[in-house]
Design a protein around this ligand. Structure first.
Ligand SMILES: Cc1ncc(COP(=O)(O)O)c(C=O)c1O
Length: 365
């Protein structure tokens, strides 16, 4: 094997140097920011997590449970499924990646409902495959006909959707699964803030994979634990391509402790939902169109003092907020998303500060 110029990239598989890495939301390390850009929980995780992790420190010379068995069993009990229907990963991103290892790479196999989570094109591209996008309409309801026509080997659906926050009921998802062949991934990173879960459809649809995370509703984004619920055969396939010790000892213990503290979990989720309702009402009072959210963020179309909307207006507010040390997310590259900003739900105090800065922006426009 040789590379024309002898450079490492010259020896790489040809598609690798052309890849665009995933661009995560800004994670500032300095000062006082109101951070509403990556949909993290604005509250601490359960108080049981720290001691559970500390108790594992003396066992760090030992490898962790390779299959994260205690956590798998607890998750199975929590969701009312068999432990053989659960796999745990280093964040749900790890699980999504494993899915591409199993189901992508022969070309043209993967389809996503767009807009959706922007990691899917990145992880399918790593397998040398360009994901096909089937676009939502402005109503953001499921584009069932387009997805059926796409005839995928694997479909990636973010539900509730990101960045819109729009939730899909199980009737709607069942209609989709009836129409669209192939594997279907319901990426439920935000389902704890919604009214239903596609996990209830698993018994009816062996092709369904539901991915979940401890990053959002459990306040454990820094710990990196996610999981999937699926048919035992799917779990068996994913286990074949998983790193042997894909979830470290501290993360397994911390996630287990958080899962066991359901009263704190319910309390924090309820707080987020209450703040979401208050913040959405404030946006409505300002006449801003906002998709109804089933997640811990809202997707809203800013309107300036002159009543103007659009990509430039969203960009102007994004910059103004940044100057005032508020981080939100703007997705300017597509006409469906460019006129909007995605705003994570923070504490009531953070949302009040944000609204004050928005009102200031409107008077300076
Ligand atoms: C839709 C969606 N899926 C998955 C993830 C990744 O979650 P995790 O932290 O479990 O890797 C995110 C994170 O932002 C997300 O928005």
């Amino acid at each position: 094997m040789s590379a024309a110029d002898g450079s490492p990239a010259g020896y790489a598989r040809p598609h690798i140097p052309r890849l665009h890495p995933y661009v995560p939301g800004e994670q500032p390390t300095d000062g006082n920011w109101i951070k509403l850009n990556t949909n993290e929980l604005p509250y601490p995780c359960s108080r049981d997590v720290g001691p559970a992790i500390a108790a594992e420190v003396e066992r760090l010379p030992l490898y962790p449970s390779p299959r994260s068995m205690p956590l798998r069993r607890a998750l199975a009990e929590h969701h009312g499924v068999d432990p053989e229907q659960v796999i745990v990963g280093n964040g749900s991103d790890d699980i999504l990646n494993l899915l591409t290892r199993v189901f992508c790479g022969d070309g043209g196999d993967a389809v996503m409902a767009f807009p959706g989570y922007s990691l899917y094109p990145v992880i399918t591209a790593i397998r040398g495959e360009e994901i096909r996008r089937v676009r939502f309409g402005d109503d953001m309801r499921l584009p069932v006909d387009g997805l059926t026509a796409a005839d995928p080997r694997i479909l990636f659906l973010t539900t509730p959707n990101a960045p819109t926050g729009v939730g899909f009921g199980n009737d709607e998802i069942a209609r989709l699964l009836d129409a669209v062949p192939g594997m279907a991934v319901a990426d439920e990173a935000y389902a704890d803030f919604a009214e239903s879960t596609a996990a209830d459809l698993l018994a009816r649809y062996p092709r369904l994979v539901v991915t979940r995370t401890f990053s959002k509703s459990y306040g454990l984004a820094g710990l990196r634990v996610g999981y999937a619920l699926a048919h035992p055969e799917t779990i068996g396939l994913l286990d074949r391509v998983r790193d042997s010790y894909n979830v470290n000892r501290l993360s397994q213990a911390g996630a287990l402790a958080a899962l066991r503290d359901q009263s704190y979990f319910r309390e924090t989720v309820a707080r987020v939902k209450a703040t979401r309702a208050r913040f959405s009402a404030e946006l409505e009072a300002r006449g801003w169109f906002t998709y109804p959210s089933s997640a811990n963020f809202v997707f809203t179309r800013p309107r300036d003092a002159g009543g103007r909307e659009g990509a430039d207006v969203a960009e102007s507010l994004f910059r103004f907020l940044h100057e005032h040390r508020v981080l939100v997310r703007h997705f300017p590259s597509d006409s469906l998303t460019a006129p909007f900003l995605r705003v994570s739900i923070g504490t009531d105090a953070q949302m009040t500060s944000l609204l004050q800065i928005i009102d200031q922006w409107q008077t300076t426009e």
